[in-house]
Design a binder for this molecule. Structure first.
Ligand SMILES: [Zn+2]
Ligand SMILES: [Zn+2]
Length: 388
């Protein structure tokens, strides 16, 4: 990758100059996930993209380097810029939770084995299609129980018109006359030190060895077209807000017979008025109790994701008490296990009592003794002790 062809760091991360550090970090994670070498073994293009993304992040996440870059461009952050040397190393950074522990240096070394910047991909080699991203928004219950949903996917597909060859109907690719199909040409360069023979990629066919005289009008000879399709996806039970689902082979279709990329679905889950998800698979509900229900005990109806369930609140339940209903929470994918349902009960103090009601309550209150309370007696004992 020559320095001169470097893409702007903001462009690489898909953000603009006003992006906050938080935005930069988010954009980096998103991009790094897309091009992570784990997902694209032997994919030179993804490897280059991954490096590019890491480099952009290394600069933009560092206030000092970012300021220099903003002012001077690449020259401000890379002393070798313009001298033809490869980009500098990638500094360690923290905060990336994409599944590996070490710094980026380790990752790059592990995957790329040091400097390998000038390898050029064979234009006829199979290339994996690009991964694509989309977002789905699910109702609370659908996320808990799983559902079937339709997503609109915008991806590159093999051109049906030409069968992916890029040549117009009735024609076909033909051997490149400049290189006779080899994809390379020999050039002799005369220098003051003598003439040198060099092999270079054929510029006419780009190294493919074949050319198209009659490009397919539908794909302009590229062999793939951008299509927007509707895809029905089975969403498993237990997906949660902020998670990303990977749907294999539903990304863009490959090139030269390469496999398709993957579709990454970012999941958003709408809020529910009575249920709240916590710790991924647990559900919480708050239920108001009357003073009498809490005091006497009561059978109450608890809404769960399976419907209403009866629950016996014991006598003398304090406000704020949390009850757990085991296994009534969200299903953990296909494991068969479920989280729990938690019920928090709050005693609601009645307002706007009539004179008679107030009188009854006063009488009732006066009939109570300290032994009816757990904390009251001890509290006033402590108070007496403190101020005696
Ligand atoms: Zn076509
Ligand atoms: Zn050629």
């Amino acid at each position: 990758m020559a320095n001169e062809n470097k893409r702007d760091y903001y462009e690489v991360l898909g953000i603009d100059k006003s992006a906050s550090q938080d935005d930069i970090k988010k954009a980096f994670r998103k991009q790094a996930r897309l091009y992570h070498p784990d997902l694209h073994p032997d994919d030179k293009e993804a490897e280059a993209k991954f490096k590019e993304v890491n480099e952009a992040y290394e600069v933009l996440s560092d206030a000092d380097k970012k300021a220099k870059y903003d002012q001077f461009g690449f020259a401000g952050v890379d002393p070798n810029y313009g001298a033809g040397a490869g980009a500098g190393g990638f500094g360690g950074f923290s905060g990336f939770s994409g599944g590996f522990g070490g710094g980026v240096d380790d990752i790059l070394n592990a995957f790329f084995g040091g400097g390998s910047s000038s390898r050029r991909a064979d234009p006829n080699a199979p290339r994996r299609g690009e991964d694509i991203e989309s977002t789905i928004t699910l109702d609370f219950m659908d996320a808990c129980k799983g559902c079937q949903t339709t997503v609109q996917v915008n991806r590159m597909e093999h051109c049906k018109e030409c069968g992916g060859t890029g040549a117009a109907k009735g024609s076909s690719r033909k051997t490149c006359p400049d290189c006779n199909g080899s994809g390379t040409v020999r050039m002799t360069q005369n220098t003051p030190f003598g003439s040198f023979a060099q092999t270079a990629r054929c510029s006419r066919c780009g190294g493919k060895g074949t050319i198209i005289d009659n490009p397919c009008p539908s794909c302009s000879g590229r062999g793939r077209v951008r299509n927007t399709i509707k895809k029905t996806i089975n969403i498993p039970a237990g997906v949660y807000d902020g998670m990303q689902l990977r749907i294999r082979n539903e990304g863009s279709q490959g090139i030269n017979g390469g496999p398709a990329g993957d579709l990454y679905l970012s999941v958003r889950v709408r809020k529910d008025p009575i249920f709240e998800r916590r710790d991924t698979y647990d559900i919480w509900t708050e239920i108001p109790l009357t003073y009498a229900q809490a005091t006497l005990g009561a059978r109450i109806e608890v809404p769960t994701i399976d419907g209403k369930q009866e629950y016996d609140v014991p006598e003398g339940t304090q406000t704020g008490t949390v009850f757990r209903m085991r296994g009534k929470g969200v299903r953990k994918g296909n494991s068969g296990e479920r989280g729990d349902h938690y019920v928090k009960v709050n005693v609601e103090i009645p307002k706007g009592l009539t004179k008679e009601q107030k009188e009854l309550l006063r009488k009732f209150d006066e009939s109570l003794e300290n032994k009816n309370y757990k904390k009251r007696g001890t509290f006033f004992d402590k108070l007496k002790e403190k101020f005696k």
